[in-house]
Design a binder for this molecule. Structure first.
Ligand code: KG4
Ligand code: ZN
Length: 443
């Protein structure tokens, strides 16, 4: 019998039946489990759970499975795959179920874009080890990420990085594997998904698909001074600009998002116009340090409109026109620095103004800032100056993509219930469709 994830059960009894029960809230409803077995098992005496996890322990023991025809309650012996192995070694071994209930050490894999990130997080001891390989040098000559090159490089890097990180953490295998299942470049995601699910099979351990943006918004939990729920999250990366009211794990209200370019994308495109290398965001921030932010008045699109959405394409066009004009007039280093500073000032002003509006509307006095643009120092200064509440950031290396945020997201989801809905790799995945661990996933 294969027990696959928590809400997708595939029952295969000696080739007799294949009953696929999706989205059952299995953990709490033992009678559902018993009822499902009743018509199919025909006097099963031993169940072997190939892919079990601890949170089903009560369920199994609280349900008596009726033998068809007799009406009598019988309780089959329940074994995990590990138990079968133990039984072979120790014939008197009676029953072993699932995994140790101790907090699970989670291996996290991030492969959604151009960074291969691997880490091990232990709920008791924190981050045990982590490693990151950036593909920037591979993509630089093309001026942006080339998806096929990204996927191939993840394939090359992932296993050696996993070996290194497990070695650094002093362990042979983790208790669970978490991986980024989306959103992102689908080929790159499939590398992480394929390997995570393969390792899960080889190690007989749970595999937890993680939403990339959930990883970002939980990254500040890696720090000693971690935020508590509820808080407002400003998620600012190369692919997303989101304002989210976070009430708890998996309880996300998206308050606003960008109608066109993400803010990181606007940084990257502006940097390209100014002749800076990919990825332009950090380089543009450095150039802006020597420029005058008041030199040009670029638009702050949407700020006068109601709602909490963003738009960065108008700002990008205004910068493009200015760059052309300045080129005709002789584009000096001074002018380039002024354009960079004025752009940065407009983009950050938009983010900060909207965040403060959102905090007021939701009555939240904590803001978590995460995603690559969260590393921007001007953003940090402005929030510190203009927002009355507290602002939380991950350390700079965990603002951009990394394995640690995926590992901690996996550990939090495991410790809080069970895995999210089964998903393998998906390029598009709205954050607000996530649910808290252990809660029912409507069919
Ligand atoms: O979260 P991330 O590493 O990857 C995505 O999920 O997209 O974010 C990368 C984005 C890029 O657009 C990069 O230019 C931007 O974050 N970024 C910055 C800074 N550091 C990274 N943007 C502005 N200032 C920075 N210091
Ligand atoms: Zn990211």
């Amino acid at each position: 019998m294969a027990l696959y994830s928590c809400r997708l059960l595939t029952f295969a009894f000696l080739g007799w039946f294949l009953v696929k029960l999706t989205t059952a809230e299995f953990g709490e409803h033992s009678c559902f489990f018993a009822g499902a077995l009743e018509p199919t098992q025909g006097g099963v005496e031993i169940l072997i759970f190939f892919y079990a996890d601890t949170r089903h322990t009560n369920t199994f023991f609280s349900s008596d499975i009726k033998k068809p025809g007799t009406g009598a309650g019988t309780r089959p012996t329940i074994l995990s795959a590990e138990a079968v192995y133990c039984k072979a070694l120790r014939p008197n071994f009676e029953c072993f179920l699932g995994y140790d209930a101790a907090p699970m050490k989670v291996l996290g894999l991030e492969t959604s874009c151009d960074e291969t990130g691997v880490a091990v997080f232990d709920p008791d001891r924190g981050l045990l080890a982590q490693a990151l390989h950036s593909q920037i040098d591979l993509h630089k000559i093309y001026g942006g990420v080339v998806p096929e090159i990204a996927s191939r490089d993840h394939i090359r890097r992932l296993l050696p990085l996993i070996r290194k990180v497990l070695g650094d953490a002093g362990m042979e295998r983790p208790d669970a594997v978490a991986y980024t299942a989306g959103p992102g470049l689908v080929g790159a995601l499939m590398v992480g998904s394929g390997l995570a699910n393969g390792l899960g099979l080889a190690w007989s351990c749970p595999v937890i698909p993680i939403h990339h943006m959930e990883g970002h918004l939980l990254a500040p939990m890696l720090e000693e001074d971690a935020p508590v729920y509820p808080f407002l999250a400003l998620l600012v990366s190369g692919g997303h600009t989101l304002l989210v009211a976070v009430k708890g794990l998996g309880l996300y209200d998206v308050l606003g998002s960008t109608l066109d370019d993400a803010v990181g994308e606007a940084f990257d495109k502006t940097a390209k116009l100014l002749g800076l290398d990919y990825p332009g965001g950090p380089a543009l921030a450095v150039l802006a340090e020597n420029g005058d932010p008041q030199a040009y008045t670029f638009p702050r699109p949407m700020l006068k409109r109601p709602g909490l959405d963003f738009s960065f394409s108008g700002l990008k066009t205004a910068v493009m026109l200015q760059v052309k004009k300045s080129a005709e007039e002789g584009n000096t280093d001074r002018v380039r620095a002024d354009i960079a500073a004025s752009f940065q000032c407009a983009a950050i002003d938009t983010l900060v103004t909207r965040s403060i509006q959102a905090a007021k509307q939701t009555n939240l006095d904590r803001i978590v800032v995460a995603g690559g643009v969260g590393a921007n120092l001007h953003l940090r200064e402005q929030l510190a100056e203009r927002f009355d509440g507290r602002v939380y950031y991950p350390r700079p290396e965990f603002c951009t993509d990394n394995g640690a945020m995926i590992a901690i997201a996996g550990a939090l989801r495991l410790s809080d219930g069970s895995e999210p809905a089964t998903i393998h790799a998906t390029a598009r995945w709205p954050l607000e469709t996530l649910i808290p661990p252990g809660s029912a996933n409507p069919a």
